[in-house]
Design a protein around this ligand. Structure first.
Ligand code: PMP
Length: 401
C-alpha cells in the first residue's frame, strides 16, 4: 500500500547532532542544536528544577492521574502572569485564556489549529525571512498557506525594518503575522522598542492578527519583563492576540514538553467560548497534556523563594551566553579577522547569525570539525571557555581563504 510513499529528508538539526556524535575528532564543536550547555559542554539541570523535582517526588499525595484537558490550572495561571505581567488589566477583565501544550511546538500547533478553524477563511500566515525551521511545516500541516515577510538584512547582519514594514503593509488585510517575542531564531536579531511600535502601527492599520512565539523568556536577556515587553505592548495597544510559551530553554526542561498557549481576547464572553473550543481541539489531539514538567514549572512560578532562585539560574545561563558572545568578538578582533563582528555582541539569545557563507560553513565543518547549519547560524550555548578561541581561529581561517 505504501510503496509510493516518497522518502522524506532527515531533519537538518537533528541530523547535524548525529553527525557530530559520530565524529571522533577530539576538538570537535557542536554549534548546531539549540540547547544550553555549561562551560564543560554538558547539559545543565537547573538547581531550582532539581529542588522542585525532589519536592514533587517526595510528596506522599503524588499520583499519576490525568490532568484536566487544557492542563494544570496553577501552571496555566502562572504562565499567563509570567508572560503578561501579574497586574495586567486583561487578566482582571477575565479576557485571557490558556491551554497547557506539548512545549512551544505544541503551543504553535494548537494555536495554528484553532486559527485554521475559527479565523477568517483563506487567511495567509506571514513568517519572518528566515524563521525557525518548524514554523512553516506547523502551519502547512493544518492547511495554511505561509509567506515570508522581510526581516534579516544580510548586508547589515541586522534587521531590515523598512522591508519588514513594507511586507506587513502589503500583506492582505487581516493576515496572521508570526512574531518572535524575543531572541529571534535563527538570527538573534530583535526589533528595538521603537521598531516594535512601528510594527504595531502597521498591524493595527491593516487589522493583522499577532501570533507571538515566545521560546526564550528570561533566557534572552536574563530579565523576564524585558523579554516579554513586545507581547505586553501589543496587549496594551488593544490587540487580540495569542502567545506561545515554551519552558524548554528557560527551565531546561527540553524533554518534558512543558508549554502554554495563551489567548488575549476582546471580552470575557469570547474568552469562555475560545476556552471551550481549545478544550475540544486538545481532547482530540492529545486528550490531556503531560504532568511532570508542568508540576515543576508550577511549583517554581508559584513560590516566591523558588522563583527568585530560578531568576538566578536564568541569569547564570544568559550571562554565560553573553560572555561567550563577548569572548568570541574579542578573539575575532584580536585576530583582525576581515569584516565587522559587532553583530555577535549586538544579537541576543541562544543563536547568532555569523554571516558565514555556505561554502565557508562547509570548510569549517570539514577542516575544523565545527558543526553549524549551512545558513551560518551558531548556537552560542555550544561555545565555552575551552573552545571559543579554537572556533574564532577557525572562523578567521575560513573568512580569509
Ligand atoms: N519556537 C521557537 C522560535 C523556537 O526556537 C523553539 C525551540 N527551538 C520553539 C518554538 C519550541 O521548542 P519546544 O517545542 O522544544 O518548546
Amino acid at each position: 500500500t505504501f510503496q509510493e510513499v516518497p522518502r522524506a529528508p532527515p531533519d537538518v538539526i537533528f541530523n547535524l547532532t548525529a553527525t557530530y556524535k559520530a565524529d571522533t575528532f577530539e576538538k570537535k564543536v557542536n554549534l548546531g542544536v539549540g540547547a544550553y550547555r555549561d562551560d564543560n559542554g554538558k547539559p545543565w539541570v537547573l538547581p531550582v528544577v532539581k529542588k522542585a523535582e525532589r519536592e514533587i517526588i517526595n510528596d506522599p499525595e503524588l499520583d499519576h492521574e490525568y490532568l484536566p484537558i487544557t492542563g494544570l490550572v496553577s501552571f496555566k495561571e502562572a504562565s499567563i502572569k509570567l508572560i503578561l505581567g501579574a497586574d495586567n488589566p486583561a487578566i482582571k477583565e477575565k479576557r485571557v485564556v490558556a491551554a497547557q501544550t506539548i512545549s512551544g511546538t505544541g503551543a504553535n500547533h494548537l494555536g495554528a489549529l484553532f486559527l485554521s478553524r475559527f479565523y477568517r477563511k483563506g487567511s495567509i500566515v506571514y513568517v519572518s525571512n528566515p524563521t525557525w525551521a518548524n514554523h512553516k511545516p506547523i502551519f502547512n500541516n493544518v492547511g495554511f498557506e505561509t509567506r515570508d515577510y522581510a526581516y534579516y538584512d544580510p548586508k547589515t547582519i541586522g534587521l531590515d525594518i523598512g522591508g519588514m514594514l513594507d511586507s506587513l503593509e502589503n500583506a492582505p488585510e487581516g493576515s496572521i503575522i508570526l512574531l518572535h517575542a524575543c531572541a529571534h531564531n535563527p538570527t538573534g536579531v530583535d526589533p528595538t522598542q521603537e521598531q516594535w511600535k512601528a510594527i504595531a502601527d502597521v498591524m493595527e492599520k491593516k487589522n493583522h492578527f499577532p501570533f507571538f512565539d515566545c521560546a526564550y523568556q528570561g533566557f534572552a536577556s536574563g530579565d523576564l519583563d524585558r523579554d516579554a515587553w513586545a507581547v505586553r505592548y501589543f496587549v496594551e495597544r488593544g490587540f487580540e492576540l495569542l502567545v506561545c510559551q515554551s519552558y524548554a530553554k528557560n527551565f531546561g526542561l527540553y524533554g518534558q514538553r512543558a508549554g502554554c498557549l495563551t489567548f488575549v481576547l476582546r471580552d470575557s464572553e469570547t474568552a469562555l467560548k475560545v476556552d471551550s473550543q481549545l478544550a475540544k481541539l486538545q481532547r482530540a489531539e492529545i486528550s490531556n497534556p503531560p504532568a511532570h514538567g508542568a508540576r515543576i514549572v508550577s511549583l517554581v512560578l508559584n513560590d516566591s523563594a523558588l522563583f527568585d532562585e530560578w531568576v538566578e539560574n536564568l541569569k547564570t545561563m544568559s550571562f554565560r551566553i553573553q560572555e561567550m558572545r563577548r569572548r568570541l568578538y574579542v578573539n575575532l578582533v584580536e585576530l583582525e579577522t576581515p569584516g565587522t563582528w559587532n553583530h555577535i555582541t549586538d544579537q541576543i539569545g541562544m543563536f547568532s547569525f555569523t554571516g558565514l557563507k555556505p561554502h565557508q560553513v562547509k570548510v569549517i565543518k570539514e577542516k575544523y570539525h565545527v558543526y553549524l547549519t549551512d545558513n551560518g547560524r551558531i548556537s552560542m550555548a555550544g561555545l565555552s571557555s575551552k573552545n571559543v578561541e579554537y572556533f574564532a581561529k577557525a572562523v578567521d581561517d575560513v573568512v580569509r581563504n
